[in-house]
Design a protein around this ligand. Structure first.
Ligand code: AN7
Length: 351
């Protein structure tokens, strides 16, 4: 049986004898070798960490399992989060599994359809906030001071602890740290978690080096790149539509301590990478996840050489989360036929 994050990494997590060890099968996600973009970008080796293979289809499950287990340990019955979608899906699933009541605050009109569907299906209470993710997170922080709720956003340190385990897995799979790791950045919890994971793996002697952390924001939602909050963040990648990241300092630390960079890519770059991933790599990811790949491609186009380098792009969520963007940005290759051999055969003959 698959162990799950709490069991597999219990020694390295805030787990004690009263922490319930539970799992929906999160973690242990595939590291897949690129067959197209590796050559396009001239990388020595390029891998994709497929976090969409987690139980609710995104990396959030790694941190959520720890946050919810700790909430149970504290005998708390209710969890709450603000979310651009994936955190809400994950909180709803783990909340359901653990018999908690789950409330999610999401920006109205800016959550991908699959994510909202998940929150509804798992039975969470969904509050549509007429405002941005940032305003929803502000509300959650105040609410948690007034009501007996555990916040399961990445401002909860247990989330970061759980998410760091993805870095452990990469080191385990590669037998050491890669040269560079590309991570899409929204609220900046994940890049903070990866850096913590790589730093701990290095300190424990599992890896002799640490990678450069390359954070990628969307141009219309790039507060860290611009050095100031963005009031009205805008991008097709709704997951990273964040104007004032809670873990801003963690992202800067990851960048500076690793000698990395926080860059930005346009929505066109994101969609180009999104299509390349699906059509050339067989990986259907969500737009925010494609931002990491777009960031790598952009640097290659700017003349950066990745010769002999071992690179990893974090593919944070599955493409099924956002069917609307898939439909809007693709010209479907779909034809209708009568159920007759001749017409179908004629149509296929040129293939
Ligand atoms: C697919 O679900 O913030 O920089 O509320 O869903 O740690 O925020 C999601 C973020 C990247 C960015 N890729 O991670 C939420 C939420 C996907 C995401 C990010 C998110 P952070």
């Amino acid at each position: 049986m698959k162990q799950g994050v709490l069991q597999r990494y219990r020694e390295y997590l805030p787990v004690n004898d009263s922490t319930p060890i539970l799992s929906l099968g999160e973690g242990d996600t595939p590291l897949v070798r690129s067959r197209a973009i590796e050559g396009i970008t001239g990388c020595g080796e390029l891998y994709f960490k497929l976090e969409g293979c987690n139980p609710t289809g995104s990396f959030k499950d790694r941190g959520m399992v720890v946050a919810v287990a700790k909430a149970m340990e504290a005998e708390c019955k209710s969890i709450v989060c603000a979310s651009t979608g994936n955190t809400s899906a994950s909180a709803a699933a783990y909340g359901a599994y653990c018999g908690m009541s789950t409330t999610v605050l999401v920006p109205k009109g800016n959550v991908a359809r699959g994510k909202l569907t998940q929150a509804i299906a798992y039975g969470a209470r969904v509050a549509l906030i007429d405002g941005s993710f940032d305003s929803a997170l502000k509300l959650v922080r105040v609410l948690s001071e007034r009501l007996p709720l555990v916040v399961v956003n990445s401002v909860n340190p247990n989330r970061i602890q759980g998410q760091k385990t993805a870095a452990f897995e990469i080191v385990d799979d590669l037998g050491g740290a890669p040269d560079e790791v590309y991570v899409p950045v929204g609220n900046a919890g994940n890049i903070t978690a990866y850096w913590l994971g790589f730093t701990e793996a290095h300190a424990m002697g599992w890896a002799s080096s640490r990678p450069k952390m390359m954070g990628i924001q969307a141009e219309g939602a790039a507060p860290i790149v611009k050095g100031e909050p963005v009031d009205n963040p805008e991008t097709i990648a709704s997951a990273i539509r964040v104007g004032s990241p809670a873990s801003w300092k963690g992202a800067l630390r990851a960048r500076d301590e690793s000698g990395g960079n926080i860059g930005m890519v346009s929505d066109d770059d994101i969609i180009e990478a999104y299509h390349l991933m699906a059509k050339r790599e067989g990986v259907f990811c969500e737009p925010a996840s494609a931002a990491s790949v777009a960031g790598l491609i952009k640097r290659a186009r700017q003349g950066e050489s990745f010769e002999g380098k071992r690179m990893v792009c974090i593919i944070t969520g599955t493409g099924l989360k956002d069917p609307d963007i898939a439909e809007q940005t693709n010209t479907p290759f779909i034809e209708e036929f009568p159920a007759e051999l001749e017409s179908v055969e004629r149509a296929l003959a040129f293939v």
